[in-house]
Ligand binder design. Structure first.
Ligand code: AGV
Ligand code: CA
Length: 314
């Protein structure tokens, strides 16, 4: 089977780490590298957990190198969310061997990305499930890589209600844009094709008790048990949505790489607001740049794909 080169940059949330686990099970994916930015997680547990997930669940992928980002954002994530990276890193299934073998790169994430894109045979698909800071820096340092990027698939943005609830903000932004609005602005100035997996689609895949029960019922599969354990620390949607309700934001984004048929896309002309009370907002504008907005999904097809992939992990 022909494989697609994929480079994955994530920010250490539970759904970021589950996304890595999912990518490792996709036979059509050649994972050229992974990097971790300390946005919605802490750098050390998120990096260690990534290496342990590759060791434990990535047997078919050969050695995959992990790089740490040295990027810093403008608007920090709440610590109550970032702490989840420690829970995943501490799961017994990831610590049974007592070793970490997936190689740790000595390069910072943005330089690692440049090296892996330049070194790949053919083009690379970039999958980003956190802020775009490392990509913006990579493009500034090495504009030549743009020609070798197939496209960017990014969990970010919304044209409806945002998910930022912060004192000096008007609530119109999605968090991955808000953490570093200037980085998103920079990437928007590039010629890279962007698939934007926005809140419009991810809001269709909340973590509900029914989803958990489905994983619990099939926990005899080690990979499905892993999903249940990862999400055990995240608040589900039961009676009403709050700002802490967990969605499968990044996992839907990752699933759209393996199974493009489970999402719906349309072209939208838009720009990013970099400053002020709406900073991080993605806004439709006739003179904006085109993105492929992922605005809808089939939740049943998505959860079935996710669970089936997890059953492949041993
Ligand atoms: O805005 C969604 C992004 C995704 O990349 N992250 C979580 C996902 O990894 C930020 C976020 C928004 N609401 C959250 C978030 C919540 N309630 N808990 C944790 N992270
Ligand atoms: Ca994320």
């Amino acid at each position: 089977m022909s494989q697609t080169n994929v480079y994955f940059n994530h920010d250490g949330g539970v759904d970021d780490l589950v996304s890595l686990f999912m990518l490792l099970q996709m036979e059509q994916v050649h994972l050229t590298g992974v990097s971790v930015i300390p946005a919605d997680g802490y750098l050390e547990p998120a990096t260690d957990a990534s290496r342990k997930i590759i060791d434990r669940f990535g047997q078919n992928k050969g050695p995959v190198e992990v790089a740490k980002s040295n990027s810093r954002g403008k608007n920090p994530f709440p610590a109550a969310w970032r702490i989840h990276s420690f829970y995943v890193d501490a799961l017994p299934v990831l610590n049974e061997s007592g070793r970490m073998e997936a190689p740790l790169s000595s390069l910072p994430a943005h330089r690692h990305l440049i090296e892996k894109v330049r070194g790949a045979e053919g083009k690379t698909l970039l999958l980003f499930t956190g802020p775009l800071t490392d990509l913006a820096r990579a493009l500034d340092d090495a504009p030549d890589i743009e020609a070798k990027i197939d496209k960017l698939v990014w969990m970010g943005g919304t044209f409806e209600k945002g998910n930022v609830e912060e004192p000096e903000h008007d609530g119109t932004a999605e968090w991955n844009v808000f953490w570093d609005p200037e980085a998103a602005y920079r990437v928007w100035q590039s010629g890279i094709t962007i698939d934007l997996v926005a809140l419009e689609s991810t809001s269709k895949v909340p973590l509900t008790p029914a989803v958990r029960n489905r994983w619990a019922a099939e926990r005899r599969y080690e990979g499905v048990d892993f999903l249940g354990n990862c999400y055990a620390g995240c608040p589900p949607l039961v009676y009403s949505e709050t700002n802490s309700t967990y969605f499968l934001w990044d996992v839907l984004t990752t699933a759209s790489v393996g199974r493009p048929d489970i999402v719906k896309k349309k072209t939208v002309q838009c720009s990013v607001i970099a400053e002020g009370p709406s900073q991080g907002r993605t806004v439709e504008q006739a003179e904006g740049r085109p993105v492929n907005l992922v605005y809808d999904t089939d939740p049943e097809a998505f959860f079935t794909y996710m669970t089936d992939l997890a059953k492949l992990a041993a």
